[in-house]
Write a protein that binds this ligand. Structure first.
Ligand SMILES: Cc1ncc(C[n+]2csc(CCOP(=O)(O)OP(=O)(O)O)c2C)c(N)n1
Ligand SMILES: [Mg+2]
Length: 329
C-alpha cells in the first residue's frame, strides 16, 4: 500500500479532527443507508458506494475555498456530501423522487449543484477528465485563482482522453488537480492485470505535470498533499496529480459478485487501515475526545441520514408530464 504518511507531530486541532470524523462518518452512514434502500427496492439502476474511500474527498475538501470546482465519476455520493450538498436531496435523487437534485430524473450517477460548484456525476468512464480541464480553463480565462478537482479511478487512468487532457492542461497551465482514486480495481480488474506502470501519477511526468502518491486512507496526509497541489495551481503553475491510494470495501456496484478478491484482503484493509477508525484513535489516544462525545456525534449523524431516507420516501415520484421537460429534442 501507500507511501506518504501524515507527519508524526501534526499540529492538527481537536476541532479539525472532529470535523473530519463527522464528515467521513456522514458519508459512511449515508452509503450504508443507500445500500439498505437499494436492497429494499427503493433505489433502482446503478448505485456505486464510496464506503472505504471517505478520507480522499474529506481531506481534499478541507483545502478548498469558495468558487473551487469538483467533478467526478459515477461513484459520487461522497463527493456531493463532502462539498456540502444536502443529504435529503441526494437520497431523494437516489430513490428517483421529485425532491432530488435532478428532480428524480438523474439518479445516482447524475446530480449537479451550481451553488456548490459540483459538476457531476458521470457514467462514462474517464469522460469527466477533459470536462474538468474545461472547467479549469474557464477559471483561467476569467482570471481568478480558483481550482478544479477532477476525480477519476485507476481504471479510468488507462483511457486515452486522460493523456490528451494532461498534455493540454500542462501546455495551457490550467488550474486543475487530477485526483486519481486508486482503489486498485476497475470493476473486477485489478491494477496489476491492467498495467505495468509502477505508479499512475508518474505518467504525468511525461507531460511535465508534477504529482505524488498519497496514503488516501489517512485524511491528514490527504489534506497535506492537497494543500501543496492547491498552492501549485493557485500560483498559476498549472496542473498537479494526486494519486490517492485507497480501497473500496463494497462491491464495484450493488450488483457485484466480488469474486476477484478475497474476503481476507478486504477484512485486512478494514481492520488495519480504516480512515474513520484512524481519526477516532487520534482523538481518543491524545485525550482530545471521549467515547461519549464520539457516540453523540454518531447519533446526530444517524439522525441526519435517517431523516434523509424519510424525506426521500415521502417525496413523490416525478409527474408523467416531466417526461417531456429538460430534454433537447
Ligand atoms: C467508456 C466506458 N467503458 C466502460 C464502462 C463500464 N465501467 C463502469 S465503471 C468501470 C470501471 C472503472 O474503474 P475505476 O476507474 O478504477 O473506478 P472505480 O469504479 O474503481 O471507482 C467500467 C469498466 C463505462 N461506464 N464507460
Ligand atoms: Mg478503481
Amino acid at each position: 500500500m501507500a507511501t506518504k504518511k501524515a507527519p508524526e507531530k501534526s499540529n492538527v486541532s481537536k476541532e479539525e479532527l472532529l470535523k473530519f470524523y463527522r464528515e467521513m462518518l456522514l458519508i459512511r452512514r449515508f452509503e450504508e443507508k443507500a445500500g439498505q434502500l437499494y436492497g429494499m427496492g427503493l433505489i433502482g439502476g446503478f448505485c456505486h458506494l464510496y464506503i472505504g474511500q471517505e478520507a480522499v474527498v474529506v481531506g481534499l475538501e478541507a483545502c478548498t475555498k469558495e468558487g473551487d470546482k469538483r467533478i467526478t465519476s459515477y461513484r459520487d455520493h461522497g463527493h456531493m456530501l463532502a462539498c456540502g450538498m444536502d443529504a435529503n436531496g441526494v437520497m431523494a435523487e437516489l430513490t428517483g423522487r421529485e425532491g432530488g437534485y435532478s428532480r428524480g430524473k438523474g439518479g445516482s450517477m447524475h446530480m449537479f449543484s451550481r451553488e456548490k460548484h459540483f459538476y457531476g456525476g458521470h457514467g462514462i468512464v474517464g469522460a469527466q477528465v477533459p470536462l474538468g480541464a474545461g472547467l479549469a480553463f474557464a477559471d483561467k480565462y476569467k482570471g481568478n485563482d480558483n481550482v478544479t478537482f477532477t476525480y477519476f479511478g485507476d481504471g479510468a487512468a488507462n483511457q486515452g482522453q486522460v493523456y490528451e487532457t494532461y498534455n493540454m492542461a500542462e501546455l495551457w497551465a490550467l488550474p486543475v488537480i487530477f485526483v486519481i482514486e486508486n482503489n486498485h480495481y476497475a470493476m473486477g480488474t485489478s491494477q496489476a492485470r491492467s498495467t505495468k506502470s509502477e505508479t499512475l501519477f508518474g505518467r504525468g511526468l511525461a507531460y511535465g505535470i508534477p504529482g505524488e502518491q498519497v496514503d488516501g486512507m489517512d485524511v491528514l496526509a490527504v489534506k497535506e498533499a492537497g494543500e501543496k497541489a492547491v498552492a501549485h495551481c493557485r500560483a498559476g503553475k498549472g496542473p498537479y496529480i494526486l494519486e490517492m491510494m485507497t480501497y473500496r470495501y463494497r462491491g464495484h456496484s450493488m450488483s457485484d459478485p466480488a469474486k476477484y478478491r478475497t474476503r481476507e484482503e478486504v477484512e485486512k484493509m478494514k481492520s488495519e487501515k480504516d480512515a474513520i477508525e484512524h481519526v477516532r484513535d487520534l482523538l481518543l489516544n491524545a485525550g482530545l475526545s471521549s467515547d461519549e462525545e464520539l457516540k453523540a456525534i454518531d447519533k446526530s449523524i444517524k439522525e441526519v441520514v435517517n431523516a434523509s431516507a424519510e424525506f426521500a420516501k415521502a417525496s413523490p415520484e416525478p409527474a408523467l408530464s416531466e417526461l417531456w421537460t429538460d430534454i433537447y429534442a
